[in-house]
Ligand binder design. Structure first.
Ligand SMILES: *[C@@H]1O[C@H](CO)[C@@H](O)[C@H](O)[C@H]1NC(C)=O
Ligand SMILES: *[C@@H]1O[C@H](CO)[C@@H](O)[C@H](O)[C@H]1NC(C)=O
Ligand SMILES: *[C@@H]1O[C@H](CO)[C@@H](O)[C@H](O)[C@H]1NC(C)=O
Ligand SMILES: *[C@@H]1O[C@H](CO)[C@@H](O)[C@H](O)[C@H]1NC(C)=O
Ligand SMILES: *[C@@H]1O[C@H](CO)[C@@H](O)[C@H](O)[C@H]1NC(C)=O
Ligand SMILES: *[C@@H]1O[C@H](CO)[C@@H](O)[C@H](O)[C@H]1NC(C)=O
Ligand SMILES: *[C@@H]1O[C@H](CO)[C@@H](O)[C@H](O)[C@H]1NC(C)=O
Ligand SMILES: *[C@@H]1O[C@H](CO)[C@@H](O)[C@H](O)[C@H]1NC(C)=O
Ligand SMILES: *[C@@H]1O[C@H](CO)[C@@H](O)[C@H](O)[C@H]1NC(C)=O
Length: 818
């Protein structure tokens, strides 16, 4: 019988293969032997850090990296080396299923400790990820080296931040290049704070602090150099029980890892095969004043300068001009009890040693700080990662000196610092008095003139408002502003309509304020957007939106019915749309199925028509800049209406591109050239539209990378499914039944054309509309997406593409339309 020897051969072969990467209790590991992982990437064995050393360690290193560059990624016994000559030292799985490094005298150098026993027959295996695991025969891993890192983080390793409310241990650097024992430099998460900041410590002293991780659900980047390219994805996961961060690379990528160097730097390295060397992609800290508190109290490290140096905020001066590390002091002392005045500092890495006050709105946070004169500063953020407490607010206040601040255009936080009455303000006060005197005089003169000319009527409040609005409008638009038919609604009417802004009437909240449902004149349902009055934000957006929408009339744009200015209140009144917004249906497992394919197609088509109107059919070219599912409202027939023009920009017809040094928009929907260079054009809207289309087809959110199977993002996922002709896998399962695959496939194809990296390859919206309407046109082939928001994981703030950047960005201006 032939199969018997073949069978035996197979058994022998398979046991041979197995023995390469496994330790069993009958097969220990001796010096000069190695285990090689099944894919051949990693090796485990005994090593000495230098050839002259008499110390032996058990370690894991890259198997394919040449000996001279040997890179040890994990060490079992870093603090208890085996000193040679040693007699029959071995690493073995014992009868009790423990992993033990011992010699024949019974001296135990190291042991894998685990709370559960592996049971009889446990074995240890080196996986191709570089993880060494002790596995019980039933397949449960009872211990793994990934849970006990030394100085290196490998892809797929979960770096614990907190496990069951215990802060987890971090990385420890080698003592020196030749000594792998636990050094003074360590890194990990700040155990004292519920906000996630990475620290590097020198002994017990903080050496470097990253900016916050909290609001970074995921990010990544592509590193490209010579013939090497690696795309990595970085994410933080909060399961309630544990919080960890992890990064992954695409299969087949070159080796990549983070390691904590003994010089105090966290480095990200990639193996460059062509030169056979490690390439440093990034390291933190990078410049001198990046070090923890190096600019002293109230000083900040200004990274916007070519030569980063320590600076003092306005109204502060150096304590000692020869020694920056002594920090800055106020030019004018704070006086408790006087009216508080806060200065806004944008683009800050916020200081350390804050207090987190839970469950506050921005206004409450500001008030909290204002009323207690021990409060030096505050910041506020709305977290996009729904935290386990259900409290997405992050109000931080400081009651001590502000230390370890940095300024860089990539940081997104505003810091509000308390000042005494500033010289500026004194000057302003004086000017105010002067101005009001002049104004009084003028008013008297005008009044006298008015009487003289027999102008009738009184200066009703409403008329003042109307005039203000018309001035707003005509000042920016010579073409047609003067004859706008536009109702101005009185504040009293709005108060009645919303039941004095009752919380029961809140429809939603955004970066600029709240939206209320109201009953105007007791019968007409309207939506009222109340721009938040705090910090003077939103005035530009208000003006922008009124100017724009007042002139726009299209069935796929939301209709503005009126507006109101009352003291510092600014309100916009829109038609009320009962069906909320697209994201309300699209991303909800229960409501998804109400959007069947014909409805989805109608929405895609309607949105495309709406954007086309904005881009070229209205008298001006208008770039929306914040197209996303939550800005697509649905009327009672589920027809889409584009809303939220707070960030739109008007272009003159001969202007093709513009640049902004402040990027606004929403993570995932921003085109690469806009996110990275601030360059925007109609093609940036095309990009956002493409993203929206892919979301509508797949029912997946662009900002939830874990939903995109094994792909770094929705674009890559869609592209691959389309390329492989597996559109059925991509399309939302709740519409599969009723959809025409041809139409879906066409939509995916158009979507992919819209999200191409190069703006010049993306079609104009008019072309998109025509592709949607003529199903027979042959479409060009979309190029493969490469880009996605690059973000250095150790500097989550230093990045583009954060969610809701718009909250922080208020400095929009409307160029003159002409
Ligand atoms: C481990 O088990 C083997 C056989 O199963 C036995 O020969 C050996 O003595 C045991 N060793 C110890 C230390 O119990
Ligand atoms: C597998 O074995 C381990 C160790 O003996 C035990 O703790 C675990 O419960 C077992 N798991 C299953 C699914 O049987
Ligand atoms: C790319 O190749 C050039 C020339 O071969 C070399 O000088 C350069 O260092 C390489 N870049 C990287 C990042 O390896
Ligand atoms: C860490 O502190 C020690 C002294 O406490 C100092 O000698 C060493 O240079 C510091 N390390 C770094 C990386 O600054
Ligand atoms: C790396 O280079 C070696 C030879 O220099 C080659 O054998 C190997 O295939 C290369 N690996 C990759 C992933 O390109
Ligand atoms: C990159 O690859 C090409 C072809 O494989 C080769 O000709 C070229 O020398 C490589 N460049 C480097 C810097 O290794
Ligand atoms: C600078 O100030 C710091 C903090 O007060 C002090 O520790 C340090 O010795 C000073 N350096 C010099 C050169 O005076
Ligand atoms: C936050 O406030 C809301 C309403 O004011 C309340 O229902 C909720 O329990 C609060 N959450 C926490 C964590 O205090
Ligand atoms: C002001 O803040 C400090 C520090 O948080 C606190 O101890 C004090 O009670 C506060 N005072 C008032 C009046 O809230």
């Amino acid at each position: 019988m032939m199969y018997v020897p073949i069978f035996i051969l197979l058994v022998v072969l398979s046991s041979l293969c197995q023995s390469d990467d496994q330790l069993t209790h009958t097969k220990p590991l001796f010096p000069k032997e190695t285990l090689i992982s099944a894919g051949g990437d990693f090796a485990l064995g005994f090593f000495s850090p230098t050839s002259s050393s008499n110390k032996l360690y058990i370690g894991i290193w890259y198997n394919n990296v040449p000996e001279r560059e040997r890179t040890v990624v994990w060490i079992a016994n870093r603090d208890s080396p085996v000193t040679t000559p040693a007699t029959s030292v071995k690493l073995a799985v014992t009868n009790d299923s423990e992993l033990v490094l011992s010699d024949s005298q019974g001296h135990i150098f190291w042991m894998a400790t685990s709370s559960t026993s592996g049971g009889a027959g446990a074995f240890a295996v080196l996986l191709n990820s570089g993880n060494f695991v002790l596995r019980s025969p039933n397949g449960t891993d009872v211990w793994q080296s990934f849970d006990h890192p030394t100085d290196t983080v490998l892809p797929t390793m979960r770096s614990m931040i907190r496990y069951r409310s215990q802060p987890a241990t971090g990385l420890f650097a080698w003592k020196s290049p030749d000594d792998p024992s636990t050094g003074d430099i360590s890194s990990g998460m700040d155990p004292a704070s519920s906000n996630v900041q990475v620290f590097i410590w020198n002994g017990t002293l903080p050496y470097y602090r990253s900016s916050f991780f909290n609001d970074v659900p995921a990010s990544g980047g592509t590193y490209q150099a010579n013939n090497t390219s690696v795309t990595y994805q970085w994410m933080m996961v909060d399961t309630g029980d544990e919080i960890y961060y992890t990064f992954t690379v695409l299969a087949g990528s070159p080796y990549m890892h983070f390691s904590l160097h003994h010089t105090g730097k966290m480095r990200l390295l990639v193996w460059e095969n062509s030169t056979s060397s490690w390439v440093l992609i990034s390291e933190e800290p990078s410049v001198g004043c990046d070090l923890y508190a190096s600019c002293g109290p109230f000083g900040y490290c200004d990274l916007t300068k070519a030569m980063p140096t320590c600076q003092c905020p306005d109204h502060f001066e150096l304590v000692d001009s020869l020694n920056f590390s002594r920090g800055c002091q106020r030019k004018e002392e704070l006086k408790c009890g006087t009216e508080s005045y806060f200065m806004t500092m944008p683009n800050m890495k916020i200081p350390d040693k804050f207090l987190h006050i839970r469950n506050r709105t921005f206004d409450q946070c500001a008030a909290e700080c204002a009323r207690n004169c021990t409060c030096m500063a505050y910041t506020y953020a709305t977290l996009s990662t729904a935290s386990t407490t259900g409290d997405a607010s992050r109000c931080l206040v400081w009651t001590q000196d502000l230390i370890d601040m940095e300024k860089a255009s990539v940081f997104l936080e505003n810091l509000y610092i308390r000042l005494g009455e500033s010289p500026d303000q004194k000057k302003r006060n004086f000017q105010k008095i002067l101005l009001s005197a002049i104004a009084c005089l003028l008013l008297l003169t005008i009044g006298a003139l008015g009487w003289a000319c027999k102008i009738r009527g009184k200066w009703h409040k409403k008329k003042i408002q109307t005039r203000m609005m018309l001035e707003y409008l005509s000042s920016t638009d010579e073409a047609g502003g003067k004859n706008i038919e536009f109702p101005f609604i009185t504040f009293e009417n709005i108060v009645t309509a919303t039941d004095n802004f009752s919380d029961c009437n809140i429809l939603g909240k955004g970066g600029f304020g709240k939206v209320y449902k109201g009953m105007l004149e007791g019968t007409k349902e309207v939506a009222i957007k109340r721009l938040s009055k705090s910090s003077g934000q939103g005035a530009e957006e208000f003006r922008n939106e009124v100017i724009l929408i007042a002139k726009l009339q299209h069935k796929n744009l939301v209709k503005l019915l009126g507006c109101c200015v009352h003291e510092d209140e600014k309100l916009l009144v829109y038609e009320y749309l009962p069906n909320k917004s697209l994201d309300y249906f699209l991303f909800d497992s229960a409501r998804k199925s109400t959007l069947q394919w014909p409805t989805r197609f109608k929405i895609i088509h309607g949105v495309a028509r709406g954007i086309m109107y904005l881009h070229q059919d209205s008298r001006l070219t208008i770039i929306h800049r914040d197209l996303k599912a939550s800005n697509i409202l649905l009327d009672k027939d589920m027809s889409p209406k584009i809303s939220d023009f707070g960030m739109a920009r008007i272009f003159s017809s001969d202007q093709l591109h513009a640049n902004t040094n402040r990027v606004v928009g929403t993570y995932g929907y921003m085109s690469p050239e806009y996110a990275m260079e601030g360059a925007f054009s109609v093609k940036s809207d095309t990009y956002s539209f493409g993203v929206l289309m892919l979301e509508i087809v797949s029912g997946l959110k662009i900002s939830s990378p874990h939903l995109h199977m094994d792909f770094p993002n929705l674009r890559a996922y869609a592209w691959n499914m389309w390329k492989e002709g597996k559109i059925e896998d991509l399309v939302d399962s709740s519409v599969m039944e009723n959809c025409s695959l041809d139409e879906v496939s066409q939509c995916v194809h158009i979507g992919l054309l819209c999200v191409q990296d190069s703006p010049s390859f993306r079609p104009l919206m008019s072309a998109v509309v025509s592709m949607l309407e003529n199903k027979t046109t042959t479409l060009p082939t979309p190029s493969q997406p490469v880009y996605f928001a690059v973000r250095d994981p150790y500097q989550p703030g230093k990045a583009v593409g954060n969610k809701e950047l718009s909250i922080y960005d208020m400095s929009l201006t409307v160029p003159e339309g002409r």
